[in-house]
Write a protein of this length. Structure first.
Length: 224
């Protein structure tokens, strides 16, 4: 894509991460545990802003001064649905339960008036990695239009416990400066060999195979 840059430059400071959570995912877990609690470990490596309702997310994505290097969604969601009642857009919901659809992402993009700076977007959301030729089949295409550089998420529904474990393992390696694609590939192998599960195969990496975090001093030395 024109103007796409695979290196996520965060200056000499810690990277900025926007965490979008549906806190209801914690309801069945004891305090201090659960999939959301585990993923908050991202704050070990990044300065975080946590958003748990549609309004907060909309304000952040519409604001050109907010330039997160990483976006993480831990939420309920689904791809496009068709049944006897018609077609339902792909969507996800945060704690307030208000549907966030591709049309919302398109509206926030127009309000922002400039693209996001190619952040990596990790969707710990069922069917969050779906995107096809049709705009509304998944949220992938409107996220790319918004300015996301690399999208990672599952094509199908996944257990919450596996989703959070995969997410944490991904960021443990990604924050070391590793490129996104090799990390995802090695995790697929790891979960097969160490945990006897092929679920890593359902996570798709869409565009941005060379995405990686670099500080300002290293950015000028890295090949694009």
């Amino acid at each position: 894509m024109e103007n796409y840059h695979p290196l996520i430059e965060h200056g000499t400071e810690r990277p900025q991460a926007g965490l979008q959570f549906d806190l209801r995912m914690q309801d069945d877990h004891p305090p201090g545990t659960g999939p959301i609690r585990v993923v908050r470990a991202v704050e070990t490596h990044a300065d975080i802003s946590e958003r748990s309702c549609k309004q907060d997310l909309g304000e952040a994505l519409s604001d050109p001064f907010i330039r997160d290097h990483i976006l993480v969604f831990g939420a309920h969601g689904c791809g496009e649905r068709q049944d006897q009642r018609g077609t339902t857009q792909a969507q996800l919901t945060l704690t307030d339960g208000e549907a966030i659809c591709s049309s919302d992402l398109e509206y926030w993009r127009a309000a922002r008036q400039e693209r996001l700076p190619d952040p990596l977007c990790f969707m710990m959301v069922c069917e969050g990695g779906r995107t096809r030729t049709f705009v509304h089949e998944g949220l992938g295409r409107p996220l790319f239009d918004l300015g996301v550089g690399c999208l990672i998420g599952p094509e199908i529904e996944i257990p919450k416990t596996f989703g959070s474990l995969y997410t944490c393992r991904f960021f443990e390696e990604f924050f070391k400066g590793e490129r996104a694609a090799p990390v995802a590939r090695s995790l697929t192998r790891e979960f097969v060999t160490k945990h006897a599960t092929p679920l890593g195969l359902v996570f798709t990496l869409l565009r941005g195979i060379d995405n990686r975090l670099v500080d300002a001093s290293a950015a000028g030395k890295e090949p694009a």
